[in-house]
Design a protein around this ligand. Structure first.
Ligand SMILES: Cc1ncc(COP(=O)(O)O)c(C=O)c1O
Length: 374
């Protein structure tokens, strides 16, 4: 292990987030020259055979991990998940309305952008209880003629995650899977489209993976600009303009790491469940010192959110304690634990690449901090 690797902290950032160390090492080793190519991945043409192979390998790895049927396309696009908030309705509404399930901050943003493109019905809104739980199927107000049903599988800020997909009958599901993509298997035939920015579980910022079923391309209006047109991007194999070459290369490395280390997304899921359980157990045995944000049945396996409760019951004391928690944790190399400004408290993001040792160290710190401050 080199010094730079030895001095790495445990990075609990919600994204851009921790990447697997073997991936970073391989990228570092190949940065000056790709083996047999003599040029860096940062220097090669996106029209070269080398890049074709990189993109094809990333595509093949994703297909293998997700058991993706042949009638689904994979796109590597730019503009982040936020551009998908716009591209999805621009391409798929086709004059109809869509149903959106609103379970947190990101769903809200997706709705705001979709409304600029067409009509949106909110099928459920968890705002009244600060997005701390998810709807059951019978609470959803869905329309049989909706163009699609959009949901956010994991709300990164609130830390609520769907355990199973919402039931939508024949209407295709569209999912913002940005913060739990490749963390578990998906029932792919239920989805029309899945999108995920890479910078949480799949690679660096700058590339967004979009998976979409072929029949949905029939809906794409002809008058959309090429860059925003799914049908055109499929025809151009994600290379209409210069794609995010380094990002696609990193997605290839991360997906290869998943295949080599875990083999299947079932195994990744088991690993993630174990890690999340360590932190939620620390919350649950704290006798109220730590209070989880999410209801028990929708706790996220990726973003663990909780607040600290000071003994005197004063909000200012809670805040002070949270600050102290974040600062002391950082001194122990447990970094980026501050919750999102809109929710406060603590958020530990424990994506695929967060090593179990990091999560175990955080759980131990939580017990220790509680013993000293409860
Ligand atoms: C669930 C979810 N959706 C969308 C986004 C926005 O992603 P981007 O910054 O790539 O547009 C994020 C990023 O934090 C996210 O967590």
């Amino acid at each position: 292990m080199t010094d730079s690797v030895a001095s790495r902290v445990y990075n609990f950032s919600p994204g851009p987030a921790v990447l697997p160390e073997p991936v970073l090492q391989e990228a570092r080793d190949q940065l000056m020259a790709l083996p047999g190519v003599g040029m860096s991945v940062l220097e090669i043409s996106h029209r070269s055979k080398t890049f074709d192979q990189i993109l094809e390998a990333a595509d093949a790895n994703l297909r293998k991990l997700l058991s993706l049927p042949d009638d689904y396309h994979i796109l590597f696009l730019q503009g982040g998940a936020r551009l998908q908030f716009s591209m999805v309705p621009m391409n798929l509404l086709a004059g109809q309305a869509a149903d959106y399930i609103l379970t947190g901050s990101w769903g809200k943003q997706a709705i705001a952008e979709a409304r600029l493109a067409g009509t949106v019905h909110v099928a459920w809104d968890g705002g009244e209880t600060h997005y701390d739980h998810l709807p059951s199927n019978d609470q959803l107000q869905l329309h049989d003629d909706a163009a699609y049903v959009h949901f956010t599988s994991n709300e990164t800020i609130q830390g609520v995650q769907f355990g199973v997909e919402p039931g939508t009958g024949k209407v295709p599901l569209v999912c913002d899977a940005s913060s739990d993509f490749l963390s578990r298997p998906l029932d792919i035939p239920r989805y029309g489209l899945i999108y995920a920015c890479a910078q949480k579980n799949v690679g660096p910022a700058g590339v967004t993976v979009v998976i979409l079923r072929n029949d949905l391309l029939d809906r794409v209006p002809d008058n959309l600009p090429g860059m925003l047109n799914y049908r055109f991007q499929v025809e151009q194999k994600s290379c209409y303009n210069t794609p995010p070459v380094f990002g696609v290369y990193m997605v290839r490395l991360v997906t290869q790491w998943l295949l080599d280390t875990f083999g299947t997304l079932d195994a990744v899921d088991r690993h993630n469940r174990q890690k999340a359980a360590w932190l939620y157990d620390a919350v649950d045995r704290s006798q109220g010192f730590y209070a989880g944000h999410a209801a028990l049945d929708c706790r996220s396996l990726m973003n663990v959110t909780f607040r600290l409760r000071a003994a005197d019951g004063r909000a200012e004391s809670d805040e002070a304690l949270q600050k102290q928690f974040v600062a002391e944790a950082a001194e122990r190399g447990l970094c980026e634990l501050k919750g999102h400004r809109s929710v406060g408290g603590i958020r530990a993001s424990i994506y695929n690449a967060m090593p179990p040792e990091g999560v175990a160290a955080l759980a131990e710190f939580m017990d220790d901090f509680r013993d000293r401050h409860a």
